[in-house]
Ligand binder design. Structure first.
Ligand code: GLV
Ligand code: MN
Ligand code: MN
Length: 404
């Protein structure tokens, strides 16, 4: 009998070799490592009986044709990783459905619709300051403006696509007709500790969090650290620290709210000068949009107060926002049944990370299957899901597809 979990684990190990050197996995979009992953995945897709092509956004598509006019069900996730990430985040959601289709076909289970397995090029947004290019394009929400964004080496997304043999000007044409899109299922490691704590191998996602990001600049005055009296300083870092602690306290006191100051740039950043300028980012997440938006307003008030208290000039801009996406109730129910058929309880939980599913929700109903990961660790080389859990996930996907 085939051990589907062991096969998934072997495949993930092989894909982890498609990486830049260094700890863990580093596989950025439109790079030789991405090409290597495409080559490996294409082989497995073809072995499973899928017809394979690479679309204009660099999404690898494996299609199993169903009865004429029956519509298409989509499954997949992203091939890219963060720098020094793990072997599971994203790519596992491509490996598992390929095996699930192989398992269904081996059992002679016919599917009354076409199926496509998708390996999106770029979900993490590590190389370019944008993300979800492939899934947004399929959903007809591609913004051509992002083609001019550049990576750290000054290469634009447009150039990177061309160098990869793709035609950026054709991305607008890959949007799929929503009337023929039956749904999208993404399997992903949980990236958090809930399933492990609850002793569950699989979980059913209820919603994907919304996100907003703010760029804040505080402008004070630099000067000699030994001579400027404390009472007459305009110290931008002292103002920033009020925002850092304020937003952290707020997020600690509100259910389902996360807030992070992830980047801070202090000027002049020397030991004996008063910090004259701070640029910082604040990211706020919640599965409830009203909670996130209220926190955004509180942040703005906090920043204004900090600026007044420290005699600073303030610039604050909401630079990004993405609404929360609820998973489709009918697909959630179907996934719950499929998960229970594997002996698990069908634990429901929201996703604090974002996923291609949030963009695919603009095309069709979507659902997400979470797989337990050790220690809740992700975006690290230590990322790990056990082969037995991978096998359970393959089985749950087959049940999910066969229920139609
Ligand atoms: C990416 O996965 C994110 O949640 O930021
Ligand atoms: Mn991911
Ligand atoms: Mn990730």
């Amino acid at each position: 009998m085939t051990d589907w979990g062991a096969r998934a684990a072997e495949r993930l190990k092989a894909l982890a070799e498609a990486s830049e050197p260094g700890p863990g996995v580093t596989r950025l979009p439109y790079t030789p490592q991405h090409r290597a992953a495409i080559d490996i995945l294409s082989g497995w897709m073809k072995d499973a009986g899928l017809a394979v092509h690479l679309d204009a956004a660099g999404t690898l598509v494996g299609r199993l044709e169903g009865p004429e006019g029956s519509g298409t069900f989509y499954l997949g996730s992203h091939q890219d990783s963060v720098r020094h990430g793990g072997a599971f985040d994203g790519i596992m959601g491509v490996v598992l459905p390929i095996l699930a289709i192989e398992k269904l076909l081996a059992g002679h289970v016919p599917l009354p619709f076409s199926v496509e397995v998708l390996a999106f090029a770029d979900e993490e947004g590590v190389r370019f300051p944008t993300a979800l290019v492939g899934s947004r394009a399929l959903a007809g929400r591609f913004d051509p403006g992002v083609l001019e964004m550049t990576d750290n080496g000054g290469i634009s997304l447009r150039q990177a696509l061309c160098d990869f043999g793709l035609n950026p000007d054709a991305i607008g044409e890959i949007a799929r007709p929503s009337q023929a899109a039956l749904g999208y299922l993404e399997a992903h490691i949980e990236q958090g500790p809930v399933l492990e704590e609850e002793d569950q191998a699989l979980g059913v996602v209820t919603a994907i969090c919304g996100i907003e990001r703010h760029q804040i600049t505080l402008l004070g005055e630099t000067g000699h650290a030994g001579t400027i009296p404390m009472g007459s300083r305009r110290d931008a870092l002292v103002g920033a620290s009020k925002i850092v602690t304020g937003i952290n306290e707020l997020a600690n006191s509100v259910t389902d709210l996360r807030a992070t100051v992830g980047a801070l740039d202090v000027h002049p950043n020397v030991v004996n000068a008063v910090p004259g300028q701070v640029r910082m980012t604040v990211e706020i997440r919640s599965p409830i949009d009203a909670t996130r938006e209220a926190a955004g307003r509180d942040l703005a008030a906090m920043a204004r107060n900090a600026a007044v208290q420290c005699s600073l000039a303030l610039e604050i801009e909401r630079s990004y926002s993405q609404p929360a996406q609820a998973c489709d109730p009918a697909l959630v129910k179907r996934l719950d049944t499929a998960v229970r058929q594997t002996g698990q309880q069908g634990l429901k939980l929201p996703s604090g990370a974002t996923h291609d599913a949030s963009a695919m929700a603009d095309l069709c109903p979507m659902a997400m299957l979470f797989v337990r990961c050790r220690g809740g660790l992700s975006h690290r080389p230590e990322e790990y899901a056990a082969p037995e859990d991978l096998g359970r996930a393959v089985t749950a996907i087959t049940h999910f597809l066969a229920q139609y």
